[in-house]
Write a protein that binds this ligand. Sequence first.
Ligand code: XUL
Ligand code: CO
Length: 438
Amino acid sequence: MNFFSEINKIKYEGVDSNNLLSFKHYNPEEIVLGKKMKDHLKFSMSYWHTLTGAGSDPFGDSTINREWDNLNPMDKAKARVKAGFEFMEKLGLEYFCFHDKDIAPEGDTLQEYFDNLDIIVDIIQKEMDRTGIKLLWGTSNMFTNKRFLHGAGTTCNADVFAWSAAQIKKALDITKKLNGEGYVFWGGREGYETLLNTNMKLELDNLACLLNLATEYAKEIGFNGQFYIEPKPKEPTKHQYDFDVATVMNFLRAYGLEDKFKMNIEANHATLAGHTFQHELRLARVNGVFGSVDANRGDLLLGWDTDQFPTDIYDATLAMYEILMAGGFTTGGLNFDAKVRRASTDTLDLFYAYIGGMDTFAKGLKVAAKLIEDKVFENIIEKRYESFKSEIGIKISEKNITLKELSDYALTLKEVKNTSGRQEMLENILNNYIFKTN
Ligand code: XUL
Ligand code: CO
């Protein structure tokens, strides 16, 4: 059965094409910096937004009724697999990501949930074998069910903690079975609403314990994928413990988990934390913890996680610049954790959404590659810090100096000279690269 029979495989047609169902920049086989575009970008479909999202929001019910939505829960789950793989094939998406709950109904008991998952995982595996499409990462949904109202790893209820462990164990088994390249922990409800009822220390200790148990179990079953944490500062809880890259790094270091996790950085989460997407990517890069990306965008006028498809060339260029400078994706990839708007009710809208996101990042990749090839920022940055190559500068860099020696040196200076930061010129250069790259 086909779900998108009215749509043909989306092809690259270049910027002069007027066909809205074609790529203008995403040319999967094109070589950029010695590597195929598709291998740089590793685009991934988010199972949840694409196949289960139905447009509901806090003020209104679902607005989107997909062809599979009227089936019984297991048939619906099976139909979603078929629809998902047809969708990925048509767009040339070579990866997908899912939560346990996205792929199978929970049933009445935990055992029934696991049995349902096994049935659907077998179908997914067949589709993966048929198409060559791969699993970028798996995860467990420990936030939608009311059981998790106090959190999962940070709950005050030990039974819920155990239930969460069971879900993670199963999700790891599935991710291993499907040869997943990674496993993501996003906080979900790991945070607090009020400190008046919260034992922060116990919650953080327990969260670290759960993460550690997960990595231990992964070793036991021979799952070698990369573990990621996906920082987010707020929503659904008022304060999420995985606030941003800096907070997560501190948490991991405090509990000796820093070698076991990398970051899955989401654009809209960065902006919710009061950072740019580039900032979060840069911080992860310079600390050696860059891993994967959830590509989307927020809305500057709204203070919540709108999860819109990325269309901002400027942001995508700077993101791709950081990703390339970090050495590119290894286990990670570019997962579209993005959803169509509530009023975009047709399947056609899903195609427009992905085409737009993929073209935006393909263009960003091309611009970033040229910026790196020409060492535009590297040369300017190197020059800006060249005083640290002087005698005194080298001593500072090598930590081969005392406060008194620095003071003695400063006393010999008559005047301190600074040079321009040239921000406006740099912004123009960046724009010029965007203008001229095709
Ligand atoms: C929530 C979010 C999640 C994670 C996976 O804001 O981004 O979908 O990516 O749990
Ligand atoms: Co995400």
